[in-house]
Design a protein around this ligand. Structure first.
Ligand code: FES
Ligand code: FES
Length: 160
């Protein structure tokens, strides 16, 4: 299959790769670049485990062609910690026991990040709605919802 060049920013670093034409961004990230934080669950757009942020929008990397991401700014969970300090969402997920097997966690955190970037003080309903595209088979969702609400509170206290 023909290879095509792709070039984008991943978590602030320039990346350039050749990928098969028609390859997904999930494949490019995990198998070409080595960022395994987005997970491949269903590979058909129903589980949310592969979620990443592209130019500020939550996107499913299993349904996004890598070659459509030229020039984009992509964020994955692997890019959230700064200087060895966990992002408030990562800290809240740990503290709330919102991760068990952990497979859904990167996608949940990406979805939650987009929510908090746009709605710093979300209601519980906002959180449920924002996470509605992400499936968790372990936690029963409640610890995840509480973790997002806790991270939102922490953010607003830090901003005060
Ligand atoms: S792997 Fe992309 S939505 Fe499930
Ligand atoms: S923690 Fe296992 S799927 Fe969510």
């Amino acid at each position: 299959m023909a290879k095509v060049p792709v070039q984008f920013t991943l978590n602030g670093s320039e990346k350039a790769e050749f990928v098969e034409s028609g390859a997904t961004l999930l494949h490019a990230l995990r198998d070409k670049i080595g960022d395994t934080s987005p997970k491949g669950g269903c590979h058909q757009g129903t589980c949310g485990a592969c979620s990443v942020i592209i130019d500020g929008e939550l996107r499913l990397s299993c349904l996004t062609l890598a070659e459509t991401c030229n020039g984009a700014a992509i964020t994955t969970t692997a890019g959230l910690a700064e200087g060895g300090v966990l992002h408030p969402l990562q800290r809240a997920f740990l503290d709330a026991f919102a991760t068990q097997c952990g497979f859904c966690t990167p996608g949940m955190i990406m979805a939650a990040k987009v929510l908090l970037d746009r709605t710093p003080n979300p209601s519980r309903e906002d959180v449920v709605e924002a996470l509605s595209g992400n499936i968790c088979r372990c936690t029963g969702y409640e610890p995840i919802i509480q973790a997002v609400l806790t991270a939102a509170r922490a953010n607003s206290q830090n901003a005060a």
